[in-house]
Write a protein that binds this ligand. Sequence first.
Ligand SMILES: Cc1cc2nc3c(=O)[nH]c(=O)nc-3n(C[C@H](O)[C@H](O)[C@H](O)COP(=O)(O)O)c2cc1C
Length: 221
Amino acid sequence: MPAESTRSAVKICFTPFRVVSLPTMKKFDTKEINELIHSRRSVFPKDYTSEKVDDAIVRQMLENANWAPTHKLTEPWRFVVFTGEGLTKLAMFQSDCYKQVTQAKGTFDEKKYEGLKSKPRESSHIIAVGMKRDEKKSLPEWEELGAVFCAIENMYLTATAYGVGCYLSTGGITNFEEAKSFFGLGSDDKLLGFIHIGMPKELQITGKRKLIEEKVKWINA
Ligand SMILES: Cc1cc2nc3c(=O)[nH]c(=O)nc-3n(C[C@H](O)[C@H](O)[C@H](O)COP(=O)(O)O)c2cc1C
């Protein structure tokens, strides 16, 4: 049976292993799940209130991330969660790192620097997302990256289900080699971005997509 945490009003479901009886479809409310997937939106820090998101919800996001598909069970996703004063640590690190790297290259931009220093405090939590390369390199890198992005989608959907806002940022210091070690990543690993999390203000966001029919070909004969 999955263990449930009762430390918070939000009950979290942790499962180190899980036996599933197939077909599972009957157990789920497919209408609700379709609606969850379609109504997942990126919610940006300007649209967060100052309310802190319950840590238990963030833990559930991480737990659900851990159940993403993974070829050869390499489980390449790695996360560092920043909240409270941790957000100040992230702000100081990312702004200093940005300054050091860009000043050396002559591409320093004061506005970007100030943003990196102040923005983290607009979120309740920020999760740095990394891909840890399996030591044997038994899979091509793109497969490992794919698994981590599946984990990210699990987090996005979990946040939506709990009425929490989040978005993935791949800007700032994401592509800086010099930033990796701060997040426990080595030279073969990748820093993939930052999931910003906050309680959303009351607002309406319009999602839009081109029709799926434009992107699919069926071959049935
Ligand atoms: C791989 C990836 C990288 C992204 N990077 C950024 C980013 O750096 N900045 C940003 O504002 N949004 C970023 N986003 C969020 C997109 O802006 C957002 O998904 C898109 O606008 C569609 O909106 P929706 O998520 O509400 O459907 C990223 C999304 C993905 C999947």
